[in-house]
Design a protein around this ligand. Structure first.
Ligand SMILES: Cc1cc2nc3c(=O)[nH]c(=O)nc-3n(C[C@H](O)[C@H](O)[C@H](O)COP(=O)(O)OP(=O)(O)OC[C@H]3O[C@@H](n4cnc5c(N)ncnc54)[C@H](O)[C@@H]3O)c2cc1C
Length: 431
């Protein structure tokens, strides 16, 4: 687990939704016990409550402590894997199901935000996938053709339009996806928790599940303050699964390789700069292998992210890379000062697609969002609730938990490799 020492997560500072929950301090029964209060666990709880089932959510730390409270906030439609590749690898039926469930994912997120009045800075104006060099442009052309063949509102913008919408001439074009947008992710997670609690879910924070066992047709989930008992169990711990936990509590970790990703936020930009940099507030990421992202928050801070961790030995290199990159992308910025920095763990797997697991009798979970978990976590949470109620199907087949080969070696190579690349490069010097 990456340490958060010296970090200041912007989302925690600016979230307008509260986290009023406290630890479990007695034994409790429910219809479903959910471990983990990120998008996946909270969406499951909310949709169960809407169908009349009571869930108890057990969270080891705070709401959104995992990826859900640390991410970029890009509410994407679909995964990294292109639609045609999805059909090829998953087959026609599962591929189509997944494409359509995830294509509608942003709609589900923005509908929930509106329905529950979640104060999470929603911007529903599409995202921009930015083309770096000829190969980046070719990749985006291919994505445009595949999505358009499916009728999706995805359009490749020329370099001039990309420059106007981003405020930089660094890109050969941009793929605009009108289904997508941005949110303040921690506020969204807290808003889901508020809505789920109002609908009857009991939520306990600072309540780590330390042991699970099935006895007498029920799951018993032990925590330091009491035991939760329920016929169904949902494990929603994804990349924040603690590998030291016993049994199925550690299972999701087995097949994940952890990719670290950091972000820096500037001070709020003055009005004249905000008019020039991302004037329409699009969320952006690029086509590079070591991907970078940038977006603005509601107060016009520019938030820049890339692959890597912010640890005592890497923070200076990553900070200097972020500064250099922002100066190269947006020379009008001048000297860049950061007021927040944080990192998080992305759970990657071999297929680059989320995987649905049946861990035991009436024990399920989805993990491996591969850096695309806002809409997919919300979608699969809703689908798991439907499955538990016997009123719906998953868009993913149930698969056995795989073993990620050389996972910790690869995680270390991401940590060290990104730092080495960022140490010697800026935004303009590689493609
Ligand atoms: C830096 C970063 C940037 C990203 N950017 C984007 C983006 O722009 N767009 C996008 O769609 N996705 C993005 N992602 C991915 C997305 O954030 C995740 O896929 C998503 O948050 C996963 O949600 P989750 O609910 O499954 O898991 P998490 O949000 O990780 O929640 C798991 C929770 O389980 C808890 N937990 C673990 N073990 C236990 C236990 N034993 N008992 C109780 N609780 C436990 C953890 O404390 C944690 O709160 C990004 C991720 C990161 C880290």
């Amino acid at each position: 687990m990456l340490s958060d020492r010296g970090h200041d997560n912007l989302w925690a500072r600016t979230a307008r939704e509260a986290d009023p929950f406290s630890p479990l301090a007695s034994d409790i029964s429910a219809d479903v016990a959910i471990i983990g209060a990120g998008f996946t666990g909270l969406s499951t709880a909310l949709h169960l409550a809407e169908r009349g089932l009571k869930a108890v959510v057990l969270e080891a730390q705070a709401i959104g402590h995992g990826g859900s409270g640390r991410n970029v906030g890009l509410v994407n439609a679909g995964m990294w894997v292109k639609p045609d590749d999805l059909i090829q690898t998953q087959g026609q039926e599962w591929g189509q199901r997944l494409i359509s469930a995830l294509g509608d994912g942003p709609k589900l997120v923005f509908d929930l935000v509106e329905r529950f009045d979640i104060a999470c800075e929603p911007e529903r104006n599409g995202t921009l996938h930015l083309a770096v060099g000829d190969s980046g442009l070719a990749d985006l052309r291919d994505r445009e053709a595949q999505w358009q063949a499916l009728g999706a509102p995805v359009k490749l913008l020329d370099a001039g339009t990309a420059a106007r919408l981003t405020g930089t001439h660094a890109f050969r074009g941009a793929l605009h996806d009108a289904r997508a947008g941005t949110i303040q992710p921690l506020a969204y997670a807290r808003g889901l928790a508020r809505a789920a609690a109002a609908a009857g879910t009991r939520i306990f924070t600072h309540t780590p599940a330390t042991k699970v066992a099935r006895t007498g047709g029920h799951w018993q989930v032990e925590t330091p303050g009491g035991t939760a008992r329920a016929p169904w169990l949902v494990v929603a711990t994804n990349a924040y699964t603690d590998p030291a936990q016993p049994g199925l509590l550690a299972a999701p970790q087995q097949e994940l390789t952890i990719l670290p990703f950091f972000q820096f936020a500037t001070r709020p930009l003055p009005g004249e700069l905000a008019d020039r940099i991302l004037p329409e507030r699009h969320g952006c990421w690029d086509t590079r292998l070591i991907m970078t992202s940038f977006r603005r928050d509601r107060e016009n801070r520019l938030i820049f992210g890339s692959v890597g961790s912010l640890e005592s030995w890497s923070v200076a290199a990553q900070k200097s890379f972020a500064r250099r990159s922002l100066r190269q992308l947006f020379p009008v910025l001048g000297e860049v000062e950061f007021e927040a920095r944080w990192h998080g763990q992305i759970g990657m797997n071999k297929s680059h697609l989320p995987r649905f697991h049946v861990f035991g009798e009436q024990a399920i979970g989805v993990c491996g969002f591969n850096g695309r978990g806002i809409a997919p976590g919300t979608v699969f949470g809703k689908q798991m609730a439907g499955l538990i109620c016997g009123a719906g199907e998953m868009a993913l087949p149930a698969t056995p938990v795989e073993n990620a080969s050389f996972a910790s070696l690869r995680t270390w190579s991401y940590r060290l490799g990104s730092c080495a690349v960022h140490l010697i490069s800026g935004y303009g010097s590689r493609s």
